[in-house]
Ligand binder design. Structure first.
Ligand code: WAQ
Ligand code: MG
Length: 662
């Protein structure tokens, strides 16, 4: 053997291709790389293969080295724009019948390889037209030098392939559309234009793709071209990483690597655009979806009374507030809403913040600092965690919902100047609630401040949506934080508490002091929503019924789930699998996000179903049956594996059963 080998793996299930990969590596790492590829195939999201073939071949020592095509990305919004751009690029490369060539993608869907097309006569030149021509024996030279087989990366693999193809004799261009239903980016490549990524070249959800290699030359040259594509090994130098590909300067390389790593782990994220007003349905990428992801639990964001209040306030008070609250930013709507919130929650006073994040960061960092201790539930929201970190206090994390652990840890902080215990009221990724009576008992015994975040509890928990104190029939925590952006349909955060506490925060809380006041429009909208909520408690009741109905339907489809709020978590475990299930649901018209690290712990990815009062029974039962279809086998497996039966097999506990003081 020479010192380099080609390692190829392909896996199939019931005769259908599941995954494949090839690497060029030193013979010394051949077995390690082979086993890594096998592991990858065995955990593939398309299913566990029943056949895996691994081939290891020695390569000649004088491997051809090629320089990667330069990359340029074209941002287009729709597949039609993308296809028009592809045709324009081909025309630019001197290819006359670009539109007819693009139309030939209707014939590529069943091919494992590429269609080899005469660029001028449009005749197919592959000897086996059911398979096409496959480019193989190629890899990224840098991956070889790093001594790793690299991670799966559509992008780098496509550049390696395109570079080899453009160096084949008589090939003048290539067009590629991925066959991955979720990967809509494709490209056109030629020697002169380089690798032109086209951001959108097909509809999301479309499983059809393919490659067309365009040939210009004599017929007796075809064999040589295919010989080069299928047999000649090449290593490609200077393959760019994803984000540095957009011609970013070198100092951005570290950012690109971090993004690539996220992407390879199935953790990269993007913003989706939802057309139309917030509500139980939305148009996303041109398709109407039923939304099970919104915090607008009571359907108030689009309520005509709420929207009118915002519009009227904008007319009366202007679009922006013009200053911070302590300078020129306090207007009558701000004062009115603070009073209304205090009354609604039953506290002496309230203070508005621009967002819930700011309210948490602002309250915690004002209350505790160096020499103090803050005790935080391990599943608290990121804004609480960030507040703890920013405060400079000693942070002690106690086990989720474990009041004995909290008690012990408070006991260990007697020497600290101040102690603050902070907990989510509704845990936003698990849907369970804090045992407020016990939390208050423990914190008072230690003379510690108690703080509860009612972002997801306001409008949801308690008979009339007033929160945990109403649900348990107990008193309020010292610091009651909430948001206007969820059940209240607007945006912003607030803190309720005693007059003393609120006066203190107004003077000491930096996010309050150093931010422009929220606009009168958004404040008036929240105020109107609060009035609707108080006048129409049936909304809270309907939400509760919908949650109970949905959990019951899930159960009927083999999925045990529980919640004490409007958030129903369905555990999946693996990040990529959760993404795949979410994508499958979306193909069936249901928007349910997969929640992954860093929002939840690694390996505990889940679907997070958010229920609204406005969901129809039919929408709820269809969603439950689709989740059941995707997951009924796996969830059971996962719960056994992780020992999380408590989350998965508890029966639903009604939100407002009125358990009373304990
Ligand atoms: N040789 C020839 N054709 C191939 C090969 C090969 N080695 N591998 C795949 N094909 C054909 C086959 O018909 C597939 O259906 C089609 O190409 C698409 O393959 O962000 O993922 O592996 O810049 O789905 C391009 C954009 C992604 C990357 C390409 O292709 C970016 C991709 P896929
Ligand atoms: Mg593919």
């Amino acid at each position: 053997m020479s010192d380099l080998v080609s390692v190829k793996m392909r896996a199939s299930l019931s005769g259908l291709h599941v995954s494949g990969a090839e690497k060029i590596v030193p013979v010394s790492s051949a077995s390690k790389v082979a086993s890594r590829l096998v592991e990858r195939a065995l955990s593939h999201e398309r299913g566990t293969p029943d056949f895996i073939n691994v081939k290891i071949e020695s390569l000649p020592s004088d491997i051809l080295r090629l320089k990667a095509l330069p990359v340029k990305t074209h941002a287009v919004a729709t597949p039609a724009e993308g296809r028009a751009l592809a045709a324009r690029l081909l025309a630019e490369a001197g290819i006359a019948n670009a539109d007819e060539i693009m139309a030939r993608f209707s014939e590529t869907h069943s091919l494992r390889g590429a269609m080899l097309l005469d660029a001028d006569t449009l005749e197919r030149l592959e000897p086996d037209q059911s398979r096409g021509v496959r480019a193989t024996y190629m890899d990224d030279a840098a991956a070889l030098a790093r001594g790793t087989a690299g991670v799966k990366n559509h992008y780098a693999e496509a550049i390696v392939l395109a570079t080899k193809v453009q160096n084949a004799p008589n090939i003048i261009a290539e067009i590629c559309v991925s066959d991955d239903p979720d990967y809509v980016t494709g490209y056109v490549a030629t020697c002169e234009l380089g690798y032109r990524r086209i951001a959108v070249l097909k509809e999301k959800g479309d499983p059809n793709g393919g490659r067309i290699f365009l040939y210009r030359g004599p017929r007796d040259g075809v064999a040589k071209t295919i010989e080069f594509l299928e047999k000649t090994p090449v290593l490609v130098d200077d393959v760019p990483t994803l984000s540095s590909a957009a011609n970013a300067p070198r100092r951005f390389d570290g950012l690109a690597d971090a993004l690539d790593e996220r992407q390879a782990a199935g953790l990269s994220r993007q913003c989706r655009t939802l057309e139309g007003p917030t509500g139980p349905t939305a148009v996303v990428d041109g398709r109407e979806l039923v939304v099970f992801a919104s915090n607008d639990y009571l359907d108030l964001a689009r309520d005509p009374r709420v929207v009118k209040a915002a519009a009227d306030a904008a007319k009366e008070f202007g679009a922006g507030s013009g200053g911070a609250r302590l300078t020129t930013g306090t207007q009558p709507p701000h004062v009115r809403l603070e009073n209304a919130l205090a009354k609604f929650k039953g506290s002496e006073a309230a203070l508005l913040y621009g967002t819930g994040y700011m309210a948490n960061v602002g309250a915690i960092s004002a209350l505790v600092g160096k020499g103090d201790a803050v005790l935080s539930d391990e599943l608290n929201h990121a804004s609480i965690i960030d507040g703890c970190r920013l405060s400079g206090a000693d942070v002690l994390v106690y086990r989720h919902g474990d009041m004995e652990d909290l008690d012990r840890k408070l006991g260990a902080c007697r020497e600290h100047r101040r102690r603050l215990a902070v907990s989510d009221g509704v845990f936003s990724m698990d849907g369970d609630i804090l045992d407020l009576p016990r939390f208050l008992e423990v914190t008072r015994r230690h003379d510690a401040f108690s703080m509860v975040d009612e972002a997801h509890a306001t409008g949801v928990v308690g008979q009339t949506g007033r929160g945990l104190a109403e649900h348990f029939g107990c008193s309020l925590p010292d610091v009651l934080m909430g948001t206007l952006s969820k059940a209240l349909g607007a945006e912003g955060g607030f803190v309720c508490g005693s007059k003393l506490l609120v006066e203190y925060l107004r003077n000491m809380s930096r996010p309050f002091i150093f931010s422009t006041a929220p606009s009168a429009a958004v404040v008036a909208a929240a105020d109107a929503a609060l009035s609707v909520l108080e006048a129409e408690p049936w909304r809270v009741e309907r939400l509760r019924e919908n949650v109970a109905f949905f959990v019951g339907e899930l159960k009927a489809h083999g999925i045990a789930a529980s919640t004490q709020s409007a958030i129903v978590p369905v555990l999946v475990g693996d990040e990529r699998r959760a993404m795949a299930v979410s994508a499958a649901l979306e193909r069936d018209g249901i928007l349910v996000p997969a929640i992954r690290y860093p929002t939840v712990a690694r390996g505990s990815a889940r679907l997070r179903v958010a229920i609204m009062s406005a969901h129809a029974r039919e929408q709820l039962s269809r969603a439950a049956s689709l989740v059941g279809r995707e997951l009924s086998g796996e969830v059971k497996k996962f719960s056994r594996h992780m020992g999380v039966d408590t989350i998965l097999t508890n029966d639903y506990q009604p939100v407002s059963a009125g358990t009373g003081l304990r």
